[in-house]
Write a protein that binds this ligand. Structure first.
Ligand code: MV4
Length: 511
């Protein structure tokens, strides 16, 4: 794609759910024709109604629909679109898809395939970053083939160490070794695991950083070499490498650190000749050292956190960059304003180990008010499918400071009701008033470290005890009846509905 690319006048959104709606909204604001795609499962989905045009692309299973590259390209050509926006997940970080778009004369709204190839390979990326003087975790420079080499590197870095697969991500293919004996045991298993999961046994060793925070910097870079960071997001509250709550600014990043690490993030983007929006992920240890771990080459779920504190529209910026535009601001023009918090409202039951909870939502009450933003696909009667990821809504609260944002979030969580399924709302309600969260004492093991689930269960019991027993019983009974009626309805339409949650009959906890 050259800097002279023509203005984009039509975009196919190769995604579904809330992110499809988000991109459609940006298209409407820019007067761009929006083209949606949908699977059998999404025939009644709201992104289909909101787009200017919509094309059915196949059965519910992602491999036959939202991951079907050829079908999506074919649809884009039939619809005569100028560009494709991949959203996040699905094909958003697939370099073959990015390349296929370019080959078919369709602008891919994201990085070029070459940059994706580097950012998708942890080792290649780490080598590029070391050369660019971006701080990385002490450990091996390249892939290690044998256990002797691994033992030497681990000895130098200092135990405990992690054995990571170069093709892993999100915690997959990571093993801990506390000493050399364990390293030798783990190395063989890690090689086999990496080969089985990723087709290649490509391992590297890193010093294990303990009690860390996950802090990432939003990046945007245009085709003229202008790269900017749009400040940090604190993403430490996670469960099994899935983010739950994100916020900006981070409680531990002061202005001097922000400028220093932001500059490193911009340098990292330049080192891989990055294009468009991306995120540089860092681990921050207890001493305050930042270590680059990877670049996510897509627009992330949590991008609205940055939009709220900067006032920028990241999707519109992505489109501007994709059509060859120059970034309309210098780094010094960018300022943070206030604090934003995002809670991911997932269709999972926090009282039952996050068991999936799917089905029809007969009714829902979406919160609003000063500083509240909700990005969601929910509407009364909609279907929460078990075929796709469990995110049903992103609830965001902005305030002039952390405490105002936190209290607004707490109140919005109290207003937010989603009938017919269980969600993560009760967990967030507890966290918003959890003393360590309020103090900003966060780390990637926050939930276990501060026994947050125990606190959540306690609070629900107290609320149940305080609430009029009849009202609580009625609510539970109501939840039960709704579940029975919706699961009966679903099983009556010849079983074409999504997979039934095994927790369908769980009494819905008042959220
Ligand atoms: C680490 C680490 C500690 N030390 N690397 C997990 C998935 C991938 N994003 C990187 N991860 C980690 N790498 C070293 N050398 C701890 C983690 C980690 C983690 C990182 C970020 C966010 C959540 C996490 C949860 C558990 C472990």
């Amino acid at each position: 794609m050259t800097a002279k690319s023509k203005k984009i006048q039509s975009i196919l959104i190769a995604n579904r759910g809330e992110i499809a709606l988000r991109v459609i909204r940006a298209c409407k604001e820019l007067g761009i024709r929006s083209v949606a795609i949908y699977s059998d499962e999404d025939v009644r989905a709201v992104h289909v109604k909101r787009a200017d045009e919509a094309y059915h692309i196949g059965p519910a299973a992602p491999a036959q629909s939202y991951l079907n590259m050829d079908r999506i390209i074919e649809t884009a050509k039939a619809a005569g679109v100028d560009a494709i926006h991949p959203g996040y997940g699905f094909l958003s970080e697939n370099e073959n898809f990015s390349e296929s778009c370019e080959k078919n004369g369709i602008i891919f709204i994201g990085p070029r395939a070459k940059a994706m190839e580097v950012t998708g390979d942890k080792m290649k990326c780490k080598a590029v970053m070391k050369k660019a003087k971006v701080p990385t975790v002490p450990g091996s420079d390249g892939i290690i083939e044998d256990v002797e080499k691994a033992a030497d590197i681990a000895h130098e870095a200092g135990y405990p160490v992690l054995l990571k697969s170069a093709f892993g991500g999100g915690g997959r293919g990571i093993r801990l070794a506390k000493d050399e004996k364990q390293l030798r045991q783990e190395f063989e298993m890690a090689s086999a695991e990496s080969r089985a999961a990723f087709g290649k046994a490509a391992l590297f060793v890193e010093k294990y950083l303990q009690r860390i925070r996950h802090i990432e910097f939003q990046l945007i870079r245009d085709s003229h070499g202008n790269g900017r960071h749009l400040f940090e997001r604190e993403c430490s509250i996670q469960r099994r490498h899935q983010k739950l709550i994100e916020m900006s600014p981070s409680p531990v990043v002061d202005q001097k650190t922000r400028e220093r690490v932001g500059e490193i993030a911009v340098r990292a983007a330049a080192a891989v000749d990055y294009l468009n929006a991306g995120t540089a992920e860092f681990l921050r240890d207890q001493e305050g050292n930042f270590y680059f771990i990877e670049i996510n080459s897509r627009l992330q779920v949590e991008h609205p956190v940055t939009e709220l504190v900067t006032g920028l529209d990241l999707v519109k910026l992505q489109i501007h960059v994709a059509e060859g535009g120059e970034l309309p601001f210098k780094q010094e023009d960018l300022k943070m304003n206030g604090c934003a918090i995002e809670c991911r409202i997932n269709a999972e039951d926090p009282f039952y180990d996050f068991a999936p909870s799917t089905g029809i939502v007969p009714n829902c009450n979406i919160p609003y008010g000063p500083g509240i933003r909700v990005d969601t696909y929910l509407y009364p009667g909609c279907n929460v499918s078990g075929y796709y990821d469990s995110l049903t809504a992103k609830l965001l609260a902005w305030g002039r400071n952390f405490d105002e944002a936190r209290v607004r979030m707490r109140n919005a969580l109290d207003e937010f009701s989603i009938e017919g399924i269980n969600t993560t709302i009760p967990l967030y309600r507890t966290i918003m008033e959890e003393e360590n969260f309020i103090k900003g004492e966060l780390s990637t093991d926050y939930l276990e470290r501060f026994k947050v689930f125990d606190k959540m269960n306690e609070e629900v019991k107290e609320r149940a005890a305080k609430g009029a027993p009849a009202a609580v019983a009625a609510a539970l009974l109501h939840g039960e009846l709704v579940k029975r009626s919706s699961s009966t309805t679903q099983s009556s339409n010849n079983g074409s509905s999504s997979k039934q949650s095994r927790w369908k009959m769980t009494p819905k906890v008042a959220s």
